[in-house]
Design a protein around this ligand. Structure first.
Ligand code: KIV
Length: 272
């Protein structure tokens, strides 16, 4: 379906609110480095998330828990240097905001000052409300994140779909309303039933961005490396791969190795 899209030269939290009102879906992708962030921004994505999934994708950790504040700042600053249009959201890493709200505020201020991010994202609902409110009161835009929150993986035990039971689904609705009331500018819903996500998006006036949450929400987010097929071992049902770069890059490397071994590279035109 084609819709009349307003042209935005620069995306702000207000543009996203307007998109929701105009029923224009919001596109969001992750990026963690300068080169890919430049390509993603020029492709026209609305939000670039410097996700703590950098812990898995860039550093090879099993979970998002080990990534540090300094490492998130390094990745975010690299992305900020590349981006002209998209709104940049930096994930607050595990352990930098759950403890107490003063520490949370200091962490958020450090991210904003040292990376140049436009906003931060935090996982959780009522449990982290005091931290969310304190960060918002400093003028820092906050994106919430509910459903499958990977920083709580050891509580959940698996990466399976959340909120299939009534109690958890009720808590997600309550938490989403709490985060909206606190002043969050958007919320990510990860891996929950599409019907529940649609219901949350209808109840909220702020944008709801889904990952594995169906099409009834206000926008979609994917991890870039999954979406372009640089990773190949991770194949959840919700993932659409637009490229198969794992195979393409592997093939190119194989060809290069063979050209070097066979003294085919460099040829006469490729030397001085
Ligand atoms: O860190 C991340 O990439 C995320 C997305 C999956 C939403 O939080």
């Amino acid at each position: 379906m084609s819709i009349n899209k307003k042209v935005y030269k620069k995306i702000t939290t207000h543009s996203l609110q307007e998109m929701k009102q105009n029923k224009e879906k919001i596109s969001m992708l992750t990026a963690y480095d300068y080169t890919l962030a430049k390509i993603v921004d020029s492709g026209g994505v609305d939000i670039i998330l410097v996700g703590d999934s950098a812990s898995n994708v860039m550093a090879g950790n099993e979970t998002t828990l080990p990534i540090t504040l300094e490492q998130m700042i390094y990745h975010t600053a690299s992305v900020v240097r590349a981006v002209d249009r998209a709104l940049i959201v930096a994930d607050m890493p595990f352990g930098t905001y759950q403890g107490n709200s003063k520490e949370a505020l200091n962490s958020a201020i450090k991210i904003m000052k040292e990376s140049g991010a436009h906003s931060v994202k935090m996982e959780g609902g009522s449990e982290i409300l005091e931290s969310v409110e304190r960060i918002l009161s400093a003028g820092i835009p906050v994106m919430g994140h509910l459903g499958l929150t990977p920083q709580s993986i050891y509580k959940f035990g698996t990466y399976t779909v959340r909120a299939k039971e009534e109690a958890e689904s009720k808590k997600i609705i309550e938490d989403a309303l709490i985060l909206e009331k606190a002043g969050c500018f958007a919320i990510v819903l990860e891996k929950i039933p599409a019907k529940l996500a649609t219901n949350v998006a209808k109840k909220l006036s702020i944008p709801v961005i889904g990952i594995g949450a169906g099409s009834g929400v206000d926008g979609q987010v994917l991890v870039l490396h999954d979406m372009i097929g640089m990773t190949h071992e991770f194949s959840p049902r919700f993932l659409r791969r637009y490229l198969n770069l794992y195979e393409d890059i592997k093939g190119a490397v194989g060809q290069y190795v063979s050209d070097v071994k066979n003294i085919d590279f460099p040829n006469e035109k490729e030397q001085y």
